[in-house]
Write a protein that binds this ligand. Structure first.
Ligand code: BT5
Length: 256
């Protein structure tokens, strides 16, 4: 169970995930959140970069030290975190994002949030887990390479109320929602209690997607998730499971 959350904020760090790792090595207790105004080395998955320019985005990471968690349940935590961000943006601003499995939230077909879960083992057991979340809040423009597929809270609110997002309010709402979903997840260490709600928000459900693995790429229909939070796809009428590895899932007609 995640019982209490303690917040720390820094103007600038390399990566909030790396700051949490350092604290885990100093035996910090579960529940610490480190957020930053800017990251000089924000990380995406598999060595990619995460843009987190000064004061424009939420960059926030949480330390978890779950008792007796199985290794196979760790990637599911990303799936739980995606639900939390979606829920927070909906509750705060009425922004109804979709979850692009496994680790993005999209609005208006563009990415507003990315999640990076990392962990370290000790004595053959999971020692700690870091859940890192980046949300674009005040960004009005993006570097050329991502401009076609990135959006922010303010850009999306501009289309509705004209209101502006608030970074610390978003950070708090995300971790409060995360606590709610995580405490359901951790009882069974799977998505059995959350799957139904998750699938309501899954982008491309029952639509054609392109699965881009390292060696090949093929088309499939997305059918939902299994109890481990893995994506169920259908290829030539046969169901298959995609785990959160190094695959990307793309809609056929654009980024999502
Ligand atoms: C992610 O990876 O989306 C995970 C991002 C996690 C960022 C948080 S911030 C707090 C914590 N500390 C860290 O150092 N990281 C975490 P991935 O699915 O691999 O997507 C990365 C790709 O998204 C990049 O290669 C770009 O194409 C694109 N991208 C980079 N910055 C972006 C941004 N600000 N908004 C939208 N897309 C972006």
């Amino acid at each position: 169970m995640l019982e209490e959350i303690r917040y720390e904020y820094y103007e600038s760090v390399d990566s909030t995930n790396d700051r949490i790792k350092e604290r885990a090595h100093d035996n910090e207790a579960q529940g610490l959140v480190i957020s930053a105004g800017t990251q000089t080395a924000g990380k995406g998955r598999i060595g990619r970069k995460w843009e987190s320019p000064t004061k424009d985005s939420v960059s926030t990471s949480l330390l978890l030290t779950p008792d007796d968690i199985s290794l196979e349940a760790i990637p599911t935590i990303t799936v739980v975190a995606a639900m939390a961000v979606r829920d927070a943006l909906s509750n705060l601003y009425g922004l109804e994002g979709k979850i692009k499995w496994p680790n993005d939230i999209v609005l208006g077909g563009k990415k507003i949030c990315g999640i990076l879960t990392e962990m370290e083992m000790k004595d053959n057991k999971v020692w700690y887990v870091v859940v890192g979340i980046g949300v674009n809040v005040h960004n009005t423009q993006f570097p050329e390479e991502i401009a076609f597929k990135a959006t922010s809270v303010d850009i999306e609110l501009q289309k509705q109320s004209g209101e502006k997002g608030h970074r610390s309010e978003i950070t708090k709402a995300i971790w409060e929602s995360f606590q709610k979903y995580y405490n359901i997840f951790i009882k069974t260490q799977d998505m059995s209690g959350l799957k139904e709600e998750y699938e309501r928000y899954l982008a491309n459900l029952n639509e054609r997607v392109r699965i881009e693995a390292q060696e090949n790429s093929y088309e499939a229909i997305a059918r939902g998730i299994d109890d481990r939070g893995q994506l169920i796809i259908e290829v030539d009428g046969q169901q298959q499971i995609i785990s959160t590895g190094e695959v990307s899932v793309r809609g056929i007609y654009g980024y999502i």
